[in-house]
Design a protein around this ligand. Structure first.
Ligand code: SAM
Length: 282
């Protein structure tokens, strides 16, 4: 039987040998989450004997990680906007840069007369749910995804965070539901698939565990083109649209919206000074 200290050293040295970028953090997460213990135990209880079944559980998760399965999928959870979301391989893992979309949406909702908003391509529901948790106002929030498997995850998260009454979940293609039912929006929010086929060839191995349909479109521009064209059909006058940007397509997207009858109000830059979020007005 192994002690906590021995199993730590075994995992740490293997991550290091294989050039994982943060071997210590990875080791800490694999062990503490597998055993459900606080991090401090790793450094204060090194002689603790680990039972065989616990050792098996740690090693199973460790081998998944060696195969580059993202930590969020191994433990079925990811932090976003201060909340913990359930995730599985049917949904994209929420990214920190998407928090800018939530911040901008909350700011607009609180400072304007916004009554109806929609999150298109909701995935785990992270955007719609974070907004519902942050605004204590009587607004209708729609959360749309093309895939029922994603909506199931989003509904599960809404229940976990007790906002299922505040959000209408829909399986639909982009804006189809709103156009068919003549529903008008005051705010359209989307973090759409925007990785081009070309970009998709050269990404970190972890990305290939995520659903391709959540990330990839032929040129990267398809959803932006669609929103620029059809957004007008569902947006009220002076309504807003907020999209996450593919930073490498920033100028194209900016020009597209500017020449399609929208006023680009501002661009939010991320921690790496890349343009990440565009706020435009109808
Ligand atoms: C980049 S992910 C964003 C997920 C989540 N909103 C986030 O920010 O982490 C794009 C989402 O769009 C959904 N999607 C792809 N094609 C769609 C379509 N035609 N209509 C609606 N949603 C679609 C995917 O299933 C995926 O959940």
């Amino acid at each position: 039987m192994l002690t906590l200290g021995k199993i730590y050293n075994k995992i740490y040295s293997e991550f290091k040998r294989l050039n994982f970028s943060s071997p210590q953090v990875e080791t800490e997460v694999i062990i503490t989450k597998s055993l459900n213990i606080p991090k401090v135990f790793l450094y204060t209880m090194q002689d603790l004997i680990i039972s065989e079944d616990k050792e098996e559980a740690i090693l199973k998760n460790f081998y998944l990680r060696l195969n580059r399965v993202p930590i969020a999928y191994i433990f079925n959870e990811k932090e976003f906007f201060g909340y913990t979301f359930y995730v599985n391989e049917k949904v994209l893992i929420p990214r920190p840069e998407t928090e800018f979309l939530v911040e901008e949406s909350v700011r607009l909702i609180l400072s304007n007369n916004i009554k109806t908003c929609a999150d298109i391509g909701t995935g785990s529901g992270n955007i719609a749910i974070s907004i519902a948790k942050s605004v204590n106002k009587d607004i209708t929030i729609f959360a749309v995804d093309y895939y029922e498997s994603a909506i199931e995850v989003a509904v599960k998260n809404a229940k976990l965070h007790r906002v299922e009454e505040k959000i209408k979940f829909l399986v639909s293609d982009k804006l189809e539901y709103f156009m068919k039912n003549s529903i008008k929006l005051d705010l359209l929010i989307s973090n759409p698939p925007y990785v081009s086929y070309e970009e998709y060839k050269n990404l970190q191995p972890e990305i290939y565990y995520e659903p391709k349909e959540a990330l990839v479109v032929p040129t990267g521009m398809e959803f932006y083109n669609y929103f620029a064209q059809y957004g007008k059909k569902v947006l009220n006058r002076n309504a807003y649209i907020i999209v996450e940007l593919n930073p490498f397509l920033y100028e194209k997207i900016y020009n597209l919206f500017s020449t399609s009858g929208y006023k680009v109000e501002h661009i939010v830059y991320d921690y790496y000074h890349l343009p990440r979020c565009m706020v435009a007005k109808n």
